[in-house]
Design a protein around this ligand. Sequence first.
Ligand code: IFM
Length: 464
Amino acid sequence: MTSQTNRIAPNAQALAELVAPPASSLMSRPEFVWGVATASYQIEGAIAEDGRVPSIWDTFSAKPGKVLHGDTGEHACDHYHRWSEDVDLIESLGVDAYRLSIAWPRVMHADGTPNRKGLDFYKKLLTRLAEKGIQRFVTLYHWDLPQYLEDRGGWLNRDTAYRFAEYADLVSRELQGLVTGWATLNEPWCSAYLGYGNGHHAPGLANTRWATQALHHLLLGHGLALPLLRANDPVARCGIVANVGRGTTDGTTEADRIAAQRYEVQHNDWILQPLLKGSYPEELFKLWPGTEPLVLDGDMEIISRPMDFLGINYYFRSNLRSDGGTGFVDVPLKDVERTQMGWEVYPQGLEDLLRRFKSQYDRLPPIYITENGMASDDAVVNGEVVDEQRMRFMKSHFAAVARAIDAGVDVRGYFAWSLMDNFEWAFGYERRFGITHVDYDTQVRTLKQSGRALQAFLALRRGS
Ligand code: IFM
C-alpha cells in the first residue's frame, strides 16, 4: 500500500477487499476502465413521453403471459426523469465509465426525421457525464426496435438493416464529440435467437430459420453503421457487444464432447466468426440443418469490417450432453452454486472463453467486459442491502479476468451489470441485477454492499 492509500479508513480497505481483483493485476492500473452498465428500456420508463414511439418491448410486455407478473417497462426506474440524480450516483461510485443505450423509438419519428426532444435527453445526459469526467460507452441498439419497423417484418426484413444504418448516422451526427465508444448492437444472439428463434423475447416469433436470417440482418446493420459512425465521430471508438456462453460436458462420450462444442459454436461463433472472419461456422448448420440465411454478394465483407473493440458479456456455464442426434441438451449440474436466475456461478468460464477467443480469432480487437453480474433476491434491511453472494461473484470474476490478462488477452475494461436493479426482460422486476437496490414504489435507490465495496476499491485504486 502506498502512503496515499493509508488515508482510507481501515474499514474501507476491508470493504474494498471484498471485491478487489488480485493486487498485482493490471486491473488495478489507472488505464484499466471500470464502469457500470444499463440499457434504455430497462431503466428509462416514460414510454409515451416527448414523442417516443412504441417499441417491440412495449407490445410484447403488454401481452398476457409474456413477462413474469405482467411487468412492463412503463415506469421502470424512471430514469428519464431521474437521470440527474442517477448521474450523481454513478459519480459517487468513482467509476471511470458508464455504459448506456439509446432508445431508437425515442430519437426518431416513424418517418425517419429526428425527434429533437428525445435527442436532447441524451445530449443532456452525455454532457453531464462528460463534465464529470466519466467516459461514455453508448450502445445504439439494446433490443428496443420501433414497433413500426417490426410491423414491416422487423429483423426478418433486410430493409431494417438499412433503417438501422440511417438511425446510427443520425444519432452519431447529433451526439458526435459526446461519446467515448459506440457499440452498434447489444447481444445480437439474443435479438435473433430469443426474439425470432424461440420467442422468449420480443417480438416473440419462434423458428430457427428466422433466427439465422434475423441475425444476418442485424450483423449487416452493424457493418453498414460502422463507416457512418467513424465518419461522423472520428475520435470515438467503434465496436459491438456480444453475449458469450461457456459449454462443457460431464458426459463421457465423443457425442457429448461434440454437443458441448456445438453449444459454444451456437452461442459464440455464430456471432463472432462472421464479424471476425467473414463467414458463418459450418458446424452451426450441422446443428441446425437447412437454416442457412440468404446472404447477398458483399454482405460478409460489410459484416467483417474492422472494429476498435469487442464487448463481451458473460454470465454462466452450461452442462451439455448429446441429444442423440446432431444437437445438445442442457443437463443442469447438481450441487453447484447458482444465482436467482438459476445460472451457475462459474468464473473459470470467463477466463476459458477469453483465452479461446484469443487463440481462435487473429483479428480479435481489444476487449471490454461490457457486462458481468448476477441477480439475487435483495431487500433493504435497516437501510442496508447485504448482497454477500454478489460480492463473491464479483471478486471471483475479476480474478478470472485478471488471469486472462496475465495469459495475454487484451482486456481493457470491466462494466458491472448493472448500475441498478431494473426491468429484466421476460423476468420483469423480480430479478435484481443491480449493485444499487431500487424500490419500485418509491424509486428510492440504495447502494448495496457490493456497490459500496466497488466504490471503496475504486477509491483505494485512485489513492483518494
Ligand atoms: O439484463 C440483461 C441485459 O439487458 C443484457 N445482458 C444480460 C442481462 C442479464 O440478463
